[in-house]
Design a protein around this ligand. Structure first.
Ligand code: C2E
Ligand code: CA
Ligand code: CA
Ligand code: CA
Length: 378
């Protein structure tokens, strides 16, 4: 960090100068003004930021800055700002772009070619952000119009060789873009409150289906942290299962390892769910950074071992040893074990030998529509 001192009356930069850094005022006051007319744009004091505009769009200073008292400034380097902006949400970028453009248009224009460049920069960031805005409102419409569907993938009882339950998965069929993967739209929904609506939708459909299936069949549902933080969410689910006369242990809630950043919070989530009677499943087990610690700290009812372990299990002795150890631990902890991404019979045989309870994957069935689930024999 660079600290710079100025005397009263010193010019910090002139309009037209290269924008190589921004400043935070440590003490004193700064006047932002237009040299040609003498118009004062702003007076800033301690704690305020200035000079960031030229840095943001990499164009020369459009105004001048002068110390109107003795002044101490903290220099903020261009990279510190542009790196942050580059990493930020496209919508934030778009908003910054729009604000910059609007603010610049209010200043007396000094250099037209410069404004042209600015317009280009602003429109690139605007497009990136606005297309996301657009997708977000399209998702909202899709939810309301029923274009977000729920499909159900069989979860197979490996030891008894029969269908035990299903995992509910969301699908969005977009009118022009076609099928959009949940990996894309769930992430988008999670950034907004739309995940609450998608979640409520999935729960409603799963519960309606459960009501039409034999009592021993269960459905797993993916939940995200926003839902678990929403106090009303579990109450709504509870209302729905009550009105359909369904036992809560038929709904298993899947929490991914990446959601668990704070064990105290996760413990509260588990307690909330388990107090009602919903079993909780650790999804994508083994892919996060806290797998072992998670097992110690949290009492999951089910462990769902991630597909990468299953895909590679017959490739090396090492992979099998790890799976064997996970299976032993699960047995000791009285946690049920599910293998995800089971695609070939050879994998199934190994999983059966290792004592896995359940398997899910294309070998048993792809995610299917409700109508097709109802055709199955249980
Ligand atoms: P996930 O919870 O790990 O779901 C399993 C994913 O693996 C699904 O992808 C499923 O279609 C796919 N899969 C199942 N069997 C096999 C197999 O044998 N081989 C291979 N290669 N893949 C298999 P999908 O449906 O694309 O979902 C992706 C992720 O999106 C899910 O991962 C889940 O995290 C999330 N997701 C989907 N629907 C919802 C939802 O309604 N709510 C929330 N919060 N997340 C959801
Ligand atoms: Ca899952
Ligand atoms: Ca998974
Ligand atoms: Ca996954």
């Amino acid at each position: 960090y660079h600290i710079k001192q100025y005397n009263k009356g010193d010019i910090i930069f002139h309009g037209g100068d290269r924008s190589d850094c921004a400043y935070i005022i440590e003490s004193g006051q700064v006047e932002i003004f237009v040299e040609s007319t003498g118009a004062i744009i702003d007076i800033l004091s301690e704690g305020e930021l200035f000079g960031e505009m030229g840095v943001l769009d990499q164009s020369p200073r459009s105004t001048s800055a002068k110390a109107i008292t003795a002044l101490t400034l903290l220099e903020v380097r261009t990279a510190q700002i542009t790196n942050r902006l580059a990493e930020s949400d496209p919508i934030v970028k778009a908003l910054v772009g729009v604000l910059l453009k609007r603010f610049r248009s209010m200043l007396p224009s000094s250099n037209t070619s410069n404004n042209l460049l600015l317009d280009q920069v602003a429109s690139v960031i605007e497009q990136a952000g606005l297309s996301k805005f657009k997708l977000e409102s399209e998702l909202r419409t899709a939810i309301n119009q029923g274009d977000v569907q729920t499909v159900f993938q069989p979860i197979h009882d490996i030891q008894d060789d029969r269908i035990a339950g299903f995992e509910a998965l969301s699908r969005w069929s977009h009118p022009t873009r076609g099928f959009i993967s949940p990996v894309e739209f769930i992430a988008l929904a999670e950034e907004t409150d739309l995940i609450i609506e998608v979640g409520d939708l999935v729960f409603s459909r799963a519960i309606e289906l459960l009501a039409r299936l034999p009592d021993h069949v269960f459905i797993n549902i993916n939940v995200s942290s926003k839902q678990l933080d929403d106090d009303q969410f579990l109450n709504r689910v509870l209302q729905k299962i009550k009105s359909h006369g369904i036992s809560p242990n038929r709904l298993k809630l899947e929490i991914t390892e990446t959601m668990v950043v704070d064990f105290n919070l996760a413990r509260k989530w588990l307690k909330k769910c388990q107090d009602i009677g919903f079993p909780v499943c650790a999804d994508d087990f083994g892919t996060g950074h806290s797998g072992m610690e998670q097992l110690v700290e949290l009492c999951f009812d089910v462990l769902k071992v991630d597909q990468v372990f299953i895909r590679n299990m017959n490739k090396s002795k090492r992979h099998q040893t790890i799976l064997q150890t996970i299976a032993m631990m699960a047995k000791q902890l009285q946690t049920q074990l599910v293998a995800e991404g089971v695609e070939v019979a050879e994998q199934l045989k190994t999983l059966k030998d290792l004592g896995f309870d359940y398997g899910q994957g294309y070998l048993f069935g792809k995610p299917m529509l409700e109508a097709d689930v109802l055709q199955l024999q249980f």
